[in-house]
Design a protein around this ligand. Sequence first.
Ligand code: IPE
Ligand code: IPE
Ligand code: MG
Length: 256
Amino acid sequence: MLEHLARKWSRKEKPTEAFELDVTGQIPKHVAVIMDGNGRWAKMRSLPRVAGHRAGMKTVKEIVKAADAIGIQYMTMYAFSTENWKRPREEVDFLMKLPQEFLSTELDELVERNVRICMVGSKDELPDHTLEALEKAEERTRDNTGLQLNFALNYGSRKEIVKAVAEIAARIQAGELEPEQLDEQVINRYLYTRDIPDPDLLIRTSGEIRLSNFMLWQLAYTELWFTDVLWPDFTQEHFYQAIAEYQGRARRYGAV
Ligand code: IPE
Ligand code: IPE
Ligand code: MG
């Protein structure tokens, strides 16, 4: 048993050469990713943390391509949490410039690929330049019908739930909604993810086994997959390995 587990782990860390995914198998509709480990990647190379974030941006590009290639419909990338404001000022400033930088080089190709870009998270605290870059990309890709690429930016699940509860309470107080009408669908409509199906698969890199305030409601029945690989080192092969393991999972949703 232990031996079996050990094999499983080493397989995750190092993809077998010439790994091939069975694309005729079940492909998750929505994959959410906690892109973690940029800072440690940079530290290992005696580089500033921001160098890790820049390297991580290249990984985003590669993984989006890999997802598109196998027909995944939604990707949600956790790029900045509501807790990440606690980081040093220079790092936060850099991270807030990344969407602009990413989109200035990638948007044309994403448009060509028919990708639709959406932001999930609170727009309130974002600097104008960050918001403008994202809204411009949302606007330009609004009618695209291919992969929907969601950036979770200034995203915090508890903040999202508090906002939903406050809006629902206001509607009840205004007599527009009865408490008896409340159900899971109604709550869904007040979340940032209102038009997005729940993730089928969650990937977190860098060896941390936690959710860090990401999609607590939406992940109720999501398959979780963790790897020690740091985000800048995460490749298309690692990604397909996660998908392959997902294909081997039995999703029961409480049934037998
Ligand atoms: C993930 O990498 C990117 C963000 C949270 C913005 P980190 O910056 O958290 O990298 P580590 O965890 O310090 O290695
Ligand atoms: C989660 O990573 C947030 C993002 C990847 C954007 P963190 O690095 O902020 O999470 P903790 O602090 O290790 O839980
Ligand atoms: Mg981290």
